[in-house]
Design a protein around this ligand. Structure first.
Ligand code: PLP
Length: 390
């Protein structure tokens, strides 16, 4: 280790004596392997990283709890992989493209020809809109939900049926089914749903997806699948393997903390993958692929993020319930609750306490969406909570 990089390392982590507020993204990752080699366990390093990240985020300004990002950033092993990927970013057709496809295919249990790697999972949605709605047609989607597919559909001139969620904020499967007709090109479901954070009834949604796929192509957005803590909950990837026109989208943006590096996945029948491939807007960035592959293999980091998210989520939901607030049963990395006053007022209050929270999602204009930060951040957030209702 050069003395400069050692100095840098000591300065940027509280394993050293210096300030522990440098942005964690700037840590020289290859040094992490040396620390590992020097006898510090990975679990200890992750604990250390939690403290560093919490301090760095606080020092960087108001804490971002508005975009459902992973507060811990990428896995140290992903960072290491980036540091070692010096050549592939200069190449066209780098081998990492096929490598991550195979790694993700194994991760979800499908053959590699069932996978398309994209620039974040929003690209799956834009490709779908292009591939199926270039010439109009209709889309059926719950509302509110993640807006990209409805937005793209409308941009391309499709008729989008936005079916209001039911009184429990679940997809209204009966009403959605009523909207499917001979002109329907895509049916969208999002499970767990954004912004409402709740998981649909597994059996009912499976039946809906299976039945709808006899009449239309169905897209199942599983961006938050990795945060679900319900025993027995299954991805819909197995339905893809039954040969139906079903597409499952997943992302490296959430659990893996790679939102800025843009890495997502579509799982579908090979003929559908081939069709979608025709509409990709460009190759994904090599750095996203390198970090994504390393993170998919880093199960210890994934377990760490999931456990910390569950800790912060429980803390926030319990505090809200104690205050008598309506809280949706979150299975994601964010919580949706009824403030009983305009979201803009809540945003202003929390900003004054050093937190940015989500925007309004009509018609739920008095409900707030708050992403889960580190446990320490959630402690501070919970302490500020009663003042919001004073
Ligand atoms: C439900 C849902 N799907 C997809 C996305 C897009 O994520 P990305 O394009 O970063 O993979 C998001 C982002 O917040 C989301 O909430």
């Amino acid at each position: 280790m050069s003395s400069v990089s050692r100095r840098q390392w000591l300065r940027t982590t509280s394993l050293g004596l210096g300030a522990s507020v440098a942005l964690p993204g700037l840590l020289p990752a290859s040094e992490m392997s040396r620390v590992l080699g020097g006898g510090v366990s990975y679990a200890t390093m992750l604990d250390q990283m939690e403290r560093d990240v919490t301090a760095a985020r606080r020092a960087a300004g108001p804490i971002r709890l508005h975009f459902n990002e992973n507060p811990f950033g990428m896995s140290p092993k992903a960072k290491d992989a980036l540091m070692g990927s010096w050549a592939q970013h200069t190449w066209y057709m780098p081998p990492i493209r096929e490598e991550i496809r195979e790694t993700f295919a194994k991760y979800v249990g499908v053959p590699a020809d069932h996978v398309l790697v994209t620039q974040g999972s929003s690209e799956v949605l834009s490709i779908l809109a292009l591939a199926y709605n270039m010439h109009g047609g209709e889309i059926v989607a719950p509302w509110p939900t993640f807006e990209d597919l409805p937005r793209w559909g409308e941009t391309l001139g499709a008729t989008v049926h936005k079916v209001p969620l039911d009184h429990r904020m679940d997809h209204d499967l009966y009403q959605m089914e009523q909207k499917i007709n001979g002109n329907t090109k895509l049916v969208f479901v999002c499970n767990p749903n954004n912004p409402t954070s709740n998981l649909a009834d597994d059996q009912a949604l499976r039946e809906f997806v299976t039945n709808s796929a006899r009449r239309s192509t169905v897209i199942v957005d599983e961006a938050y699948f990795d945060f679900v803590n319900v025993p027995g909950h299954k991805s819909m990837v197995d339905l893809v393997l039954k040969g139906q026109p079903i597409i499952v989208s997943r992302t490296a943006s959430k659990l893996h903390g790679l939102a800025g590096l843009r890495c997502g996945f579509a799982v579908a029948r090979p003929d559908i993958i081939a069709k979608l491939q025709q509409y990709v807007t460009g190759d994904p960035n090599v750095f996203g692929l390198v970090a994504g592959k390393a993170s998919l293999l880093d199960t210890e980091y994934q377990a760490f993020v999931k456990a910390k998210n569950a800790e912060g989520r429980t803390m926030l939901m319990d505090a809200l319930k104690t205050l008598g607030k309506n809280v949706a049963p979150s299975q994601t990395n964010f919580v949706f609750f009824q403030a009983g006053r305009p979201v803009e007022q809540m945003q202003k209050y929390f900003l004054s306490k050093g937190f940015v929270i989500g925007r309004a999602f009509p018609p739920y204009t008095d409900w707030c969406r708050v992403s889960i930060g580190t446990p320490d951040e959630m402690k501070q957030f919970v302490a500020a909570l009663p003042g919001a209702f004073a």
